[in-house]
Design a protein around this ligand. Structure first.
Ligand code: PDD
Length: 281
């Protein structure tokens, strides 16, 4: 089925959606993006995304492509026109179209595109068994806090994971896990969740933020600190979070079984809490 997508103010069939070859997103990866989960036709945790988008745009001195109200309406219209029940809305803002030059062209209008993707978020079968992860060097730049479309290193990592029969790669820098190629990374030891603190080294995940809030509400302890792959191998549980995976158990890292290869109680509980809230709408 052909989707209706959004390009610079227009809702069009995907086959008619066009962006210039001079778009700086295409030439320089000069753009940012966001992914919002949709459950039962409703946006999940949308406001957190707007805050992060605003920050990403600001850090790159890029202007907003529309008002915040228009952006929300655009998301809702895409859900409606595509009758999207469950999945994600992907949106991307690039600096705009100009002759190729490295410095920022003056007075250009940013490009805004968005599209839906149908996905099974709630009944994702991977959540029952847990997924496998491999570790790989973190090849990314020094501003991973900005959600840019410059995603070749994460694509290389994810492809490596897939080649090895895993679902995600945890990237490692200076001997410590930074995060997944498209998710934040966690281990659990003695019922305590351990995850890397927010800095320029990782993306401040909206799902991570929601997890922190829920953990606090339910007296689950979280310790923010760096951890090594070796510590992860010896953890009781491990998991990842992202807009498209929510809270996803990990049962194997680099071929080593975590928690005896079973989904553990802490991650199960955190996923349940997350699903409960997402389904409430
Ligand atoms: N990725 N870290 C990285 C590097 C990510 O790309 C993502 C999300 C996250 C989790 O952020 P959030 O919880 O806000 O989704 C962490 C999205 C899902 C993607 O690129 O498809």
């Amino acid at each position: 089925m052909s989707r209706i997508v959004y390009v610079n103010g227009n809702f069009v069939p995907e086959s008619e959606a066009k962006v210039s070859i001079f778009d700086r997103g295409f030439l320089f990866a000069d753009g940012v993006y966001e992914v919002t989960p949709v459950v039962k036709g409703k946006l999940v945790d949308y406001d957190a995304l707007v805050v992060r988008l605003d920050r990403s745009l600001g850090e790159l001195k890029m202007s907003w492509p529309c008002t915040k109200t228009e952006l929300r309406q655009m998301h809702e219209e895409l859900i409606k026109q595509n009758k999207l029940d469950e999945g994600i809305i992907y949106m991307q803002v690039t600096r705009g179209v100009a002759d190729r030059m490295f410095n920022f062209p003056k007075d250009i209008k940013s490009t805004l595109v968005a599209f839906p993707q149908v996905m099974k978020l709630v009944d994702n079968p991977n959540a029952k068994t847990g997924v496998k992860v491999v570790t790989t060097p973190d090849l990314r730049w020094a501003r991973r806090d900005i959600k840019t479309v410059m995603l070749l290193p994460p694509c290389l990592g994810k492809e490596e994971a897939y080649q090895k029969g895993a679902a995600e790669a945890w990237m490692v820098e200076d001997g410590k896990v930074t995060e997944g190629t498209s998710s934040n990374a966690y281990i659990v030891k003695d019922n305590k969740i351990i995850t890397r603190p927010i800095s320029n080294s990782i993306l401040n995940g909206c799902t991570r933020r929601a997890l922190f809030r829920m953990a606090k509400e339910h007296q689950v302890e979280i310790e923010e600190r760096l951890f090594t792959p070796e510590e992860a191998y010896a953890a009781d549980e491990a998991f990842l979070t992202s807009a498209s995976q929510f809270v996803m158990p990990i049962t194997e890292i680099d071929g080593k079984r975590i928690g005896g290869g079973q989904v553990g109680p802490v991650v199960r509980k955190m996923r349940e809490l997350f699903l409960e809230e997402a389904q409430k709408g």
